[in-house]
Design a protein around this ligand. Structure first.
Ligand code: F6R
Length: 590
């Protein structure tokens, strides 16, 4: 994880770097630091185990128009000032920020110590400036190339040196992008950090080493000069403003009607279908976390509407399987940078399995590895908890399935019409937000909560629980309602909140029975139910009415109140909603 930024141009680097760094905190936020090269060519740095806002308050004046900065998600060593980046060599002439994991750092560290280097941190990163110092012979570019030649693992790095007025960047496995204006160059792990300054970017590829001197950018790939095309980012800077919302998460939940419309409109222009050659017997969906939950809903609708056998796998588990039998795989990853997902994609590719990536980030690594990519139109998602990207992934999945030739034409027509109605219905749902706030107040006083659903709404239960636990720190679990009596019942006690997700489908009666059973154990049931449901009020303690939609689309309508429920519960508990502890948005380590 971790976020890195660099700047070289005509302005003061400090303000720009800290501004960009603040927008990268979703990648990690346990420590931060900055290093600037001043007009005497000295490197001045400041770092601490604090978030960017505090760094900004405490940092001394650092003058200069070239620098690097870092926000950390600890992997090697706890969040401390010493472990924070930038890391410098013993002489203080070379400073480095790094995202990724250097797999062979211990071996290098032992060698460097034997050669007389003093290594002060527990990080894998610190060996990099020491190696650069060791290899420096009057040519920074050469020293960095020699350094990366001995590194294994994943990295994107930015190097600043007292000796030469340039920034050197290198990438292998972790993302890195260069933003361009006539007079400034920005380097960043992700586009949202720099979009305020420019929408012209160059995405670096694995093996790239870039040299940025004034206006000039030169890129080598494994030592050979190469041209990387400048691209225009399809996002605008307004999308990363919080506007009047207290948190990005609430803003992003409220953006969903627009996101649904944009995603539908964007993808009707393309052929979004899959498994078209008629020989797909074994379709896979690979993903992690919230994207995995979207995949489970995808599995349900693909099998229901096309009959194609589908399996959903955690990418992290898939990577440890010895045999793989898939004809085609859909890869769900909002960031397009999740390390487990990328490893799985590379394995699939090496086995000749066709991959179709569904991602939110143009230029992301997943989009470059995949045979085909469909972009969801969620716009930048800043809050660590995925909300609008989940719903946009579902919209794409529905569109993909509906464009498959085996779907019954009448059903296709009906569901497409229903999809078009969704933005209005989600707006309608927001009108009853105060009832969700009431339920959240109740849940916020408990340390456990359970979510239950059946059929297509079972993954919604999983997603509701994931959202609640990650931002409110309440222990939350999602269960297939029929499984309760096979163990989870033991967890029920008086008053404990159980959120029952229902829809007007074949599972409805069974859900009522599950609610009855839960009530018999004195738990407190909050039911999500169709607006026309007159029965459920007799079973549950509290009912949240959901605007009516087709039963196959019910996960879309049921997920949004659960996002709000998690949000308000976390708010009652005073949690740092956009930046939950120990988590990061882009999980670039396995
Ligand atoms: C939860 C969340 C994570 C991500 C997971 C996969 O709110 O955001 O569970 O869904 O880390 O990320 P992507 O979709 O970027 O591969």
């Amino acid at each position: 994880m971790c976020g890195i930024v660099g700047y070289v141009g005509q302005r003061q680097a400090k303000d720009i770097l800290l501004d960009c760094l603040g927008r990268l905190e979703y990648r990690g936020y346990d420590s931060s630091g900055i290093a600037i090269r001043d007009s005497n060519n000295d490197i001045n740095s400041y770092k601490d185990a604090v978030r960017v806002a505090t760094l900004q308050e405490n940092a001394p004046p650092l003058n200069g128009n070239m620098g690097i900065a870092h926000t950390r998600w600890a992997t090697h060593g706890p969040p401390t000032m010493v472990n924070a980046h930038p890391h410098l060599d013993c002489t203080g002439k070379f400073a480095v920020v790094h995202n990724g994991v250097i797999a062979n750092f211990q071996k290098i560290k032992d060698l460097l110590i034997a050669e007389g280097h003093t290594i002060v941190s527990e990080t894998d990163t610190e060996v990099i400036p020491h190696l650069i110092e060791k290899y420096y012979n009057g040519n920074l570019e050469e020293a960095v190339q020699n350094t990366i030649n001995v590194l294994t693992g994943s990295y994107s790095i930015i190097v600043l040196s007292q000796y030469e007025s340039k920034l050197i960047v290198a990438k292998n496995g972790s993302p890195l992008v260069i933003g361009i204006t006539e007079s400034d160059k920005f380097i960043s792990s992700d586009v949202p950090a720099i979009i305020k300054y420019t929408d012209r970017v160059i995405y670096l590829e694995d093996g790239d080493l870039g040299v940025i001197v004034g206006d000039n950018i030169r890129i080598m790939n494994y030592g050979k000069e190469i041209e990387r095309k400048e691209q225009q980012v399809g996002w605008c800077k307004e999308e990363i403003q919080k506007e009047d919302y207290e948190h990005f998460m609430l803003k992003e939940i409220h953006e969903q009607p627009r996101v649904i419309t944009n995603t539908i409109l964007e993808n009707v222009k393309f052929n979004t279908s899959f498994a078209m050659d008629g020989v797909v017997q074994d379709l896979g969906i690979l993903a992690c976390g919230t994207s995995y939950n979207a995949g489970l809903i995808g599995e349900y609708i693909i099998e229901e509407l096309t009959g194609i056998p589908t399996r959903v796998c955690f990418a992290s588990e898939f990577n440890h399987r010895r045999t793989v039998h898939l004809d085609e795989a859909i890869i769900l990853t909002q960031s397009g940078e999740t390390a487990d997902v990328l490893t799985a994609m590379k394995t699939l590719k090496s086995l000749g399995v066709k991959t179709l990536a569904v991602t939110n980030v143009p230029g992301s690594t997943a989009s470059r590895i995949a045979d085909r990519t469909i972009f969801i139109k969620a716009g930048p998602e800043v809050s660590v908890a995925a909300t609008k990207s989940f719903v946009a992934q579902l919209i794409v999945l529905y569109q993909m399935v509906l464009s498959h030739p085996s779907v019954d034409p009448a059903m296709r027509k009906l569901l497409r019409a229903e999809l078009n109605q969704l933005p209005r219905k989600v707006e309608q749902l927001f009108e009853s937000e105060s009832q969700i706030v009431e339920c959240a107040k109740y849940i916020s006083t408990y340390e456990d909560a359970f979510f239950i659903g059946r059929g297509i709404n079972y993954p919604v239960a999983l997603e509701g629980a994931l959202k609640l636990k990650e931002i409110s720190y309440i222990h939350a679990e999602g269960f297939a309602a029929g499984e309760l009596k096979h163990g989870p019942f033991a967890l029920l006690s008086k008053g404990v909140p159980v959120i029952a997700i229902t829809a007007q489908d074949a599972n409805y009666e069974a859900m009522l029975i599950s609610i009855k059973e839960v009530k018999a154990r004195d738990a407190y049931v909050i039911a999500l139910a169709n607006e026309n449901d007159e029965i459920i009020g007799k079973f549950a303690d509290k009912v949240l009415k959901i605007p009516n939609t087709h039963k196959l689309l019910s996960p879309l309508m049921n997920t949004i109140p659960l996002q709000l429920l998690a949000y308000y519960t976390a708010k009652f508990r005073g949690c740092p909603i956009d930046f939950p502890r120990n988590l990061a948005k882009s999980v670039t380590v396995e």
